[in-house]
Design a protein around this ligand. Structure first.
Ligand SMILES: [Mn+2]
Length: 258
């Protein structure tokens, strides 16, 4: 074996098992002055998937290529970002607080969710991701928590401020509680929208003290979890969500052999 091949062989890194390929969706940063628009992803998502034993595969927002990408994946991670266009889930006018709409991202991610649900590809949806997951399955969102929930806790964190936190209560008999090993936890909070009416097959399994939805799962699927917080920025037990995703993706890889 040549040194180059040895470098890439699984034995040389001590890995007994092929890393499942975990697709991670990306944000679109708009054109600024003379700077081109960018497809980007915060590094903590990549690190969380790698440390959990997965192979991070970044998925650009190319709606026409959704199935081509999706067929190569063993797991999917929907990352955070701006808002889904309200026309995707309501006939009400767009609330002034809605920001950061990127139609090609909505199209790409909703397509990926449909693919994952149909093929039972393991899926972890984070922050914007839980909202995309719910909308893709026909559910609705609160366009702005502050405007829609009187007396709500602050759920958004101002730019460059330390992360706000709140507690979350999880349903005892939920996959999320089982993965995290607890029904009460402290989470960070960087969102101004939340799940309103759950989509088809979507079960609400976690709420903040003000009732805002913070975790969902799709029970008919082997592993489909959405969380409104950012586990990639938190320490244990939050890392278990990534370990569970990669574990389910490894089972998918073994069973489907793709
Ligand atoms: Mn929150």
């Amino acid at each position: 074996m040549s040194p180059a091949l040895l470098l890439f062989s699984t034995q040389s890194t001590g890995e007994m098992r092929t890393r499942p390929r975990i697709g991670i969706t990306m944000k679109v940063i708009p054109r600024q002055g003379g700077r081109s628009p960018q497809q980007a992803l915060p590094t903590p998502y990549v690190e969380a998937v790698w440390q959990a034993g997965g192979l991070p595969v970044l998925i650009p927002n190319v709606p026409e290529a959704v199935s081509t990408y999706a067929e190569e994946l063993h797991g999917l991670l929907l990352s955070g970002g701006g808002d889904v266009h309200p026309a995707r889930y309501t006939s009400e006018p767009k609330h002034p607080a809605v920001y950061g709409i990127v139609p090609e991202r909505d199209e790409t991610e909703i397509g990926l969710v449909h693919f994952a649900i149909q093929r039972d590809v393991p899926l972890l949806a984070i922050c914007r991701g839980i909202q995309v997951l719910n909308v893709a399955l026909g559910g609705t969102l609160l366009q702005d928590i502050e405007a829609c929930v009187p007396g709500a806790l602050p759920h958004s964190t101002p730019d460059d401020a330390p992360a706000r936190q709140h507690s979350v209560s999880l349903e005892p008999r939920s996959r999320v509680a089982s993965v995290l090993g607890t029904t009460n936890l402290i989470v960070n909070t960087f969102h101004h929208q939340a799940v309103a009416r759950p989509g088809e097959g979507v079960r609400v399994v976690g709420r903040a003290p003000d009732g805002v939805v913070e975790a969902v799962e799709v029970e008919k699927c082997t592993f489909v979890i959405g969380v409104q917080w950012h586990p990639e920025l938190l320490s244990t037990p939050h890392d278990r969500l990534f370990v569970a995703l990669v574990g389910a993706a490894g089972d998918f890889l073994q069973n489907k052999g793709v």
